[in-house]
Design a protein around this ligand. Structure first.
Ligand SMILES: NC(=O)c1ccc[n+]([C@@H]2O[C@H](COP(=O)([O-])OP(=O)(O)OC[C@H]3O[C@@H](n4cnc5c(N)ncnc54)[C@H](O)[C@@H]3O)[C@@H](O)[C@H]2O)c1
Length: 258
């Protein structure tokens, strides 16, 4: 399917991380001018240069940062067509009895409030321009099973609801709202749970019914499709990119490699 767009503009948050960088590359390849953003400039800033886009430091938990990111993008590139709300952290882990309220709040701010803020401010400029648009979010298999810490699972489940709810709201503006739910994907976020990248890759391929490692590029491909006009009649949905893990996890010895 031909995904190429002419002159459209996309923002990607978490743009110094694995999935964000791969998504920025995929969108640029499809013709988008890309504004990358992250709390740290780091790798995202050099990638922005390489892609002929730009980079802004922004903390996704701060409304003023998100508002500034959106308005800077429109000022610099003249428009905004796609907002990929992707930044994330592992968040608080451990037993519910031990999670401090402040840790809970911070986890929810990064994983859930950030997407509300990104959707709110991107939708405002899209409504004003009257050209429609696309709002995207990185959810997770943790939106469908409890694979992370309590706030991670709760936030990702909530994102599924937020996507469906906002899709209904913004359909009258021609704005589509969708998510991509990665399975265990080879990025800094997931490799921190393993002693080495080699061990991480071995474990990730076990957590994949197809026996493959999910690369950030696999997630980026789903985002590029949802950002494109090829998905013009898709809204309120999530594409699960998990190598079949969710469907097969309860069938040990049949389809499950664990
Ligand atoms: N890697 C996986 O297995 C996996 C699976 C399911 C979902 N996800 C989701 O994918 C998204 C991207 O994660 P990733 O795997 O690329 O991880 P990553 O750690 O490589 O990237 C995440 C990025 O988010 C940025 N970030 C964190 N807090 C921020 C803040 N307050 N403001 C702005 N940026 C902030 C980080 O600096 C980092 O660059 C996350 O939402 C994560 O929950 C990842």
């Amino acid at each position: 399917m031909e995904n190429r767009v002419g002159g459209k503009v996309a923002i990607v948050t978490g743009g110094s991380g694995g999935i964000g960088m791969a998504t920025a590359r995929a969108l640029a390849r499809d013709g988008f001018r890309v504004m990358l953003s992250d709390i740290t400039a780091d790798r995202g800033a050099s990638l922005a240069k390489e892609l002929g886009g730009d980079f802004r430091t922004a903390d996704v938990t701060k409304e003023a940062d998100i508002e500034g990111l959106v308005s800077d993008t429109v000022r610099e590139f003249g428009r905004l067509d796609v907002m990929v709300n992707n930044a994330g952290i592992v968040g608080a882990t451990g037993r519910i009895t031990e999670i401090a309220a402040a840790e809970w709040s911070h986890s929810m701010a990064v994983l859930l409030d950030s997407v509300f803020l990104g959707m709110k401010h991107a939708a405002r400029v899209m409504q004003e321009a009257g050209r429609g648009g696309v709002l995207l979010a990185t959810t997770s298999i943790a939106a469908h099973r409890t694979v992370g810490g309590h706030p991670y699972n709760a936030a990702k489940h909530a994102l599924t609801g937020l996507i469906r709810s906002v899709a209904t709201d913004l359909s009258v503006d021609g704005i589509r709202v969708n998510g991509v739910a990665p399975g265990f994907t080879m990025t800094p976020l997931s490799s921190q749970f393993h002693d080495s990248d080699e061990k991480a890759r071995a474990r990730l391929s076990e957590l994949n019914s197809l026996g493959q490692v999910i690369e950030p590029e696999d997630i980026a491909a789903a985002f590029a499709f949802l950002a494109s006009d090829a998905a013009r009649n898709i809204t309120g949905q999530e594409i699960i990119v998990d190598g079949g893990w969710l469907e097969c996890m309860n069938r040990p010895g049949v389809f499950n490699r664990q």
